[in-house]
Design a protein around this ligand. Structure first.
Ligand SMILES: *Cc1c(COP(=O)(O)O)cnc(C)c1O
Length: 236
Protein backbone atom coordinates (compact mmCIF):
# COMPACT_ATOMS: atom_id res chain seq x y z
CA UNK A 1 0.00 0.00 0.00
CA UNK A 2 1.41 3.40 -0.91
CA UNK A 3 2.00 5.99 1.76
CA UNK A 4 -0.60 8.24 0.16
CA UNK A 5 -3.26 5.51 0.35
CA UNK A 6 -2.32 4.66 3.93
CA UNK A 7 -2.57 8.31 4.85
CA UNK A 8 -6.02 8.76 3.37
CA UNK A 9 -7.34 5.49 4.86
CA UNK A 10 -6.22 6.66 8.28
CA UNK A 11 -7.62 10.14 7.72
CA UNK A 12 -10.98 8.55 6.78
CA UNK A 13 -11.07 6.36 9.89
CA UNK A 14 -10.08 9.30 12.07
CA UNK A 15 -12.96 11.33 10.62
CA UNK A 16 -15.35 8.41 11.24
CA UNK A 17 -14.30 8.02 14.86
CA UNK A 18 -14.56 11.76 15.46
CA UNK A 19 -18.07 11.63 13.99
CA UNK A 20 -19.02 8.74 16.32
CA UNK A 21 -17.78 10.81 19.27
CA UNK A 22 -19.66 13.90 18.08
CA UNK A 23 -22.88 11.90 17.62
CA UNK A 24 -22.57 10.26 21.05
CA UNK A 25 -22.06 13.71 22.57
CA UNK A 26 -25.13 15.09 20.79
CA UNK A 27 -27.20 12.11 21.98
CA UNK A 28 -26.30 12.80 25.60
CA UNK A 29 -26.32 16.59 25.41
CA UNK A 30 -22.57 16.89 25.95
CA UNK A 31 -20.04 19.28 24.43
CA UNK A 32 -17.70 17.29 22.12
CA UNK A 33 -14.82 19.43 23.40
CA UNK A 34 -15.20 17.52 26.69
CA UNK A 35 -14.20 14.18 25.14
CA UNK A 36 -10.60 13.69 24.04
CA UNK A 37 -9.53 10.97 21.62
CA UNK A 38 -6.54 8.80 22.49
CA UNK A 39 -5.28 6.80 19.48
CA UNK A 40 -4.21 3.43 20.87
CA UNK A 41 -1.27 2.60 18.63
CA UNK A 42 0.10 -0.50 20.42
CA UNK A 43 0.88 -3.22 17.93
CA UNK A 44 0.72 -0.78 15.01
CA UNK A 45 3.65 0.01 12.73
CA UNK A 46 5.28 3.41 12.76
CA UNK A 47 3.83 4.31 9.32
CA UNK A 48 0.33 4.01 10.74
CA UNK A 49 1.13 6.43 13.57
CA UNK A 50 2.73 8.79 11.11
CA UNK A 51 -0.34 8.69 8.87
CA UNK A 52 -2.58 9.52 11.81
CA UNK A 53 -0.24 12.30 12.95
CA UNK A 54 -0.34 13.78 9.43
CA UNK A 55 -4.15 13.68 9.68
CA UNK A 56 -3.92 15.75 12.85
CA UNK A 57 -3.96 13.23 15.71
CA UNK A 58 -1.59 14.14 18.53
CA UNK A 59 -2.49 11.81 21.45
CA UNK A 60 -1.14 8.26 21.28
CA UNK A 61 -1.55 5.37 23.72
CA UNK A 62 0.95 2.51 24.07
CA UNK A 63 0.96 -0.63 26.25
CA UNK A 64 4.46 -2.07 25.88
CA UNK A 65 7.40 0.02 27.04
CA UNK A 66 10.08 -1.14 24.58
CA UNK A 67 7.79 -0.95 21.57
CA UNK A 68 6.69 2.51 22.66
CA UNK A 69 10.24 3.79 23.12
CA UNK A 70 11.13 2.91 19.53
CA UNK A 71 8.07 4.72 18.21
CA UNK A 72 8.40 7.79 20.42
CA UNK A 73 11.96 8.30 19.19
CA UNK A 74 11.23 7.52 15.54
CA UNK A 75 8.05 9.59 15.24
CA UNK A 76 9.95 12.55 16.70
CA UNK A 77 6.80 14.62 17.19
CA UNK A 78 7.49 17.29 19.81
CA UNK A 79 3.84 18.28 20.21
CA UNK A 80 2.57 14.69 20.45
CA UNK A 81 1.30 13.49 23.81
CA UNK A 82 2.21 9.93 24.90
CA UNK A 83 -0.03 7.92 27.21
CA UNK A 84 1.05 4.68 28.84
CA UNK A 85 -2.01 2.43 29.22
CA UNK A 86 -0.59 -1.07 29.78
CA UNK A 87 0.39 -3.12 32.82
CA UNK A 88 3.45 -1.49 34.37
CA UNK A 89 6.37 -3.21 36.15
CA UNK A 90 8.53 -1.29 38.61
CA UNK A 91 11.66 -2.01 36.58
CA UNK A 92 10.17 -0.10 33.61
CA UNK A 93 9.00 2.85 35.69
CA UNK A 94 12.06 5.01 34.93
CA UNK A 95 11.58 4.75 31.16
CA UNK A 96 7.88 5.54 31.48
CA UNK A 97 8.45 8.47 33.86
CA UNK A 98 11.06 9.94 31.53
CA UNK A 99 9.25 9.49 28.21
CA UNK A 100 5.50 9.64 28.73
CA UNK A 101 3.11 12.48 29.57
CA UNK A 102 0.34 10.31 31.05
CA UNK A 103 0.00 6.94 32.78
CA UNK A 104 -3.52 5.44 32.99
CA UNK A 105 -2.71 2.12 34.63
CA UNK A 106 -1.65 2.83 38.21
CA UNK A 107 -3.16 0.19 40.49
CA UNK A 108 -0.73 0.06 43.41
CA UNK A 109 1.27 2.59 45.34
CA UNK A 110 4.59 0.89 44.62
CA UNK A 111 4.32 1.75 40.91
CA UNK A 112 3.25 5.31 41.64
CA UNK A 113 6.18 5.79 44.01
CA UNK A 114 8.62 4.50 41.39
CA UNK A 115 7.17 6.88 38.75
CA UNK A 116 7.37 9.78 41.18
CA UNK A 117 10.99 9.03 42.02
CA UNK A 118 11.99 8.94 38.36
CA UNK A 119 10.08 11.99 37.10
CA UNK A 120 12.56 14.82 36.52
CA UNK A 121 11.93 17.71 38.95
CA UNK A 122 12.02 20.26 36.12
CA UNK A 123 9.54 18.32 33.94
CA UNK A 124 5.81 19.00 34.13
CA UNK A 125 4.11 16.52 36.45
CA UNK A 126 3.25 13.11 35.03
CA UNK A 127 -0.53 13.04 34.61
CA UNK A 128 -1.90 9.86 36.15
CA UNK A 129 -5.12 7.87 36.40
CA UNK A 130 -5.84 5.02 38.76
CA UNK A 131 -6.95 1.83 37.04
CA UNK A 132 -10.04 0.39 38.68
CA UNK A 133 -11.20 -3.20 38.47
CA UNK A 134 -14.93 -2.70 38.39
CA UNK A 135 -17.05 -5.63 39.38
CA UNK A 136 -17.25 -8.55 37.02
CA UNK A 137 -13.93 -7.85 35.35
CA UNK A 138 -11.81 -10.87 34.55
CA UNK A 139 -8.50 -8.99 34.37
CA UNK A 140 -6.22 -9.03 37.40
CA UNK A 141 -5.18 -5.42 36.82
CA UNK A 142 -6.81 -2.58 38.67
CA UNK A 143 -7.56 -1.68 42.26
CA UNK A 144 -11.03 -2.67 43.47
CA UNK A 145 -13.43 0.11 44.36
CA UNK A 146 -13.02 -0.59 48.09
CA UNK A 147 -9.27 0.06 47.88
CA UNK A 148 -9.60 3.20 45.79
CA UNK A 149 -9.80 5.92 48.49
CA UNK A 150 -6.61 4.72 50.20
CA UNK A 151 -4.69 4.47 46.92
CA UNK A 152 -5.90 7.90 45.79
CA UNK A 153 -4.72 9.48 49.05
CA UNK A 154 -1.27 7.93 48.72
CA UNK A 155 -0.85 8.85 45.04
CA UNK A 156 -2.19 12.40 45.35
CA UNK A 157 0.67 13.50 47.62
CA UNK A 158 3.54 12.10 45.52
CA UNK A 159 5.79 14.78 43.99
CA UNK A 160 6.09 14.77 40.21
CA UNK A 161 2.65 13.20 39.71
CA UNK A 162 -0.71 14.84 39.22
CA UNK A 163 -3.72 12.61 39.89
CA UNK A 164 -6.27 13.33 37.15
CA UNK A 165 -8.87 10.58 37.40
CA UNK A 166 -9.80 6.96 36.83
CA UNK A 167 -9.47 4.39 34.08
CA UNK A 168 -11.19 1.04 33.54
CA UNK A 169 -11.33 -1.73 30.97
CA UNK A 170 -14.69 -3.42 31.60
CA UNK A 171 -15.30 -6.97 30.44
CA UNK A 172 -16.25 -6.79 26.72
CA UNK A 173 -19.95 -7.17 26.02
CA UNK A 174 -22.18 -6.09 23.15
CA UNK A 175 -25.07 -5.45 25.54
CA UNK A 176 -25.23 -1.67 25.77
CA UNK A 177 -27.05 -1.75 29.13
CA UNK A 178 -24.27 -3.85 30.62
CA UNK A 179 -21.68 -1.52 29.06
CA UNK A 180 -23.34 1.50 30.65
CA UNK A 181 -23.66 -0.22 34.04
CA UNK A 182 -19.91 -0.80 34.14
CA UNK A 183 -19.02 2.74 33.07
CA UNK A 184 -21.50 4.16 35.56
CA UNK A 185 -19.65 2.34 38.36
CA UNK A 186 -16.46 4.12 37.36
CA UNK A 187 -18.21 7.49 37.23
CA UNK A 188 -19.74 6.95 40.67
CA UNK A 189 -16.34 5.91 42.07
CA UNK A 190 -14.87 9.13 40.66
CA UNK A 191 -17.65 11.24 42.19
CA UNK A 192 -16.96 9.60 45.54
CA UNK A 193 -13.27 10.58 45.34
CA UNK A 194 -14.28 14.15 44.47
CA UNK A 195 -16.47 14.24 47.56
CA UNK A 196 -13.38 13.26 49.51
CA UNK A 197 -11.61 16.33 48.16
CA UNK A 198 -9.71 15.03 45.12
CA UNK A 199 -9.69 17.44 42.19
CA UNK A 200 -10.32 14.97 39.33
CA UNK A 201 -11.30 15.83 35.76
CA UNK A 202 -10.63 12.62 33.81
CA UNK A 203 -12.65 9.48 33.20
CA UNK A 204 -10.60 7.32 30.83
CA UNK A 205 -13.20 4.90 29.54
CA UNK A 206 -14.54 3.62 26.23
CA UNK A 207 -12.79 1.77 23.39
CA UNK A 208 -13.62 0.93 19.76
CA UNK A 209 -16.69 -1.17 20.59
CA UNK A 210 -18.20 0.72 23.51
CA UNK A 211 -17.26 4.39 23.24
CA UNK A 212 -20.90 5.48 22.84
CA UNK A 213 -21.89 3.91 26.17
CA UNK A 214 -18.80 5.40 27.84
CA UNK A 215 -19.60 8.90 26.57
CA UNK A 216 -23.21 8.55 27.74
CA UNK A 217 -21.81 7.84 31.23
CA UNK A 218 -19.41 10.77 31.26
CA UNK A 219 -16.17 9.60 29.65
CA UNK A 220 -13.73 12.48 29.07
CA UNK A 221 -11.16 10.40 27.19
CA UNK A 222 -11.85 7.46 24.89
CA UNK A 223 -9.02 5.03 24.04
CA UNK A 224 -9.53 3.83 20.48
CA UNK A 225 -7.31 1.36 18.64
CA UNK A 226 -8.97 -0.94 16.11
CA UNK A 227 -11.53 1.57 14.85
CA UNK A 228 -8.70 3.98 13.94
CA UNK A 229 -6.00 1.63 12.73
CA UNK A 230 -7.75 -1.59 11.75
CA UNK A 231 -6.65 -4.90 13.31
CA UNK A 232 -3.31 -4.90 15.17
CA UNK A 233 -0.67 -6.55 12.98
CA UNK A 234 2.25 -6.62 15.44
CA UNK A 235 0.88 -7.95 18.73
CA UNK A 236 -2.12 -8.07 21.03
C1 LIG B 1 -5.79 -2.12 23.32
C2 LIG B 1 -6.42 -1.19 24.29
C3 LIG B 1 -7.40 -0.26 23.88
C4 LIG B 1 -7.94 -0.17 22.47
O1 LIG B 1 -8.79 -1.21 22.18
P1 LIG B 1 -9.61 -1.26 20.79
O2 LIG B 1 -10.67 -2.24 21.06
O3 LIG B 1 -8.64 -1.70 19.74
O4 LIG B 1 -10.14 0.10 20.53
C5 LIG B 1 -7.87 0.63 24.83
N1 LIG B 1 -7.44 0.61 26.11
C6 LIG B 1 -6.50 -0.26 26.53
C7 LIG B 1 -6.05 -0.23 27.95
C8 LIG B 1 -5.97 -1.19 25.65
O5 LIG B 1 -5.05 -2.06 26.09
Amino acid sequence: MSTAKTTSAHADRLAQVRERIARACRDSGRDPAGVRLLAVSKGQPLDALRALAVAGQRRFGESYVQEAMTKIRALDCPDCEWHFIGPLQSNKAALVAENFDWVHSIDRVRIATALSRHRAPDAPPLQVCLQVNISGETSKSGVDVAGLPALAEQVAVLPGLRLRGLMAIPRPTDNSTAQRDAFRQLRVACEELRRRGHDLDTLSMGMSDDLEAAIAEGSTLVRVGTALFGPRPLSG
